[in-house]
Design a protein around this ligand. Structure first.
Ligand SMILES: Nc1nc2c(c(=O)[nH]1)N[C@H]1C(S)=C(S)[C@@H](COP(=O)(O)O)O[C@H]1N2
Ligand SMILES: [Mo]
Length: 212
């Protein structure tokens, strides 16, 4: 057994006592890569980001335009349904809540759910109220660097737990789509890629809602 193993176990006990480790989760200091299918290439000349559906005016932004949106930094604990958790992960990107508060984006009163659309048809669904929480971000950077290709470069949705913010709903990490290309605002819910394969639609980490 290495020192590293014992250090991780110590960190795990601490995380558990601080109530930052949801049931059935173990700590990792690595950053595992999990997705279905290949890693897409990024071409800034053709890449666009679209917002459509139940919004006052649809948006279509180039990569350059996306990078002019107001930016937010966020430190969160992330919890993967495959039972690893990683604490204090540092992200930077665009907050949907911020866009709405600044009037850049206006959801219609009929908007109740958001569908993340990613490359190769990958999707993930969340209630709009969850996407408008502080713990949901359209992230371009992790740990001060642009996302790596396998973690979603150039843009991904992320959701996790902000320590001590017990008021926030915290779904498992799969509810953030890597290689994100658009958001569809919807009046009714629709199941995303993993949700269609039997994963829980609400996916609350504290209630351990892994499978439907
Ligand atoms: N586009 C896309 N995004 C995805 C997935 C996927 O298959 N395709 N898998 C999800 C799952 S199941 C998890 S656990 C996280 C993993 O993110 P990571 O590879 O950065 O750890 O991405 C999520 N986002
Ligand atoms: Mo996952």
């Amino acid at each position: 057994m290495s020192d590293r193993f014992f250090r991780r176990k110590e960190d795990e006990l601490k995380a558990r006592s601080q109530k930052r480790l949801p049931p059935g989760q173990a700590l990792t200091n690595k950053f595992p890569v999990l997705h279905y299918g290949p890693v897409p290439a990024f071409n800034p000349a053709t890449w666009d980001f679209r917002i459509w559906g139940e919004v006052e005016s649809p948006l279509r932004l180039s990569w350059e335009e996306f990078n002019q949106l107001p930016r937010t930094r966020l430190v969160m604990d992330i919890h993967c349904v495959t039972r690893w958790s990683k604490l204090d992960t540092a992200w930077e990107g665009v907050s949907l809540r911020d866009l709405v508060e600044r009037g850049i984006l206006k959801p219609l009163p009929t908007a109740r759910f958001v569908f993340q659309h990613a490359e190769y048809g990958f999707t993930a669904n969340l209630p709009l109220e969850v996407c408008l929480q502080e713990n949901f971000l359209l992230a371009t950077h992790y740990d001060g660097q642009p996302l790596s290709p396998e973690h979603g470069y150039p843009l991904r949705g992320i959701i996790g737990a902000i320590p001590r913010r017990d008021d926030l709903n915290v779904p498992y990490f799969w509810k953030g789509a890597k290689w994100l290309r658009g958001l569809e605002f919807m009046s009714q819910d629709r199941l995303g890629f993993w949700e269609q394969s039997g994963y829980h639609n609400d996916a609350d980490v504290w209630k351990e809602q892994r499978y439907a």
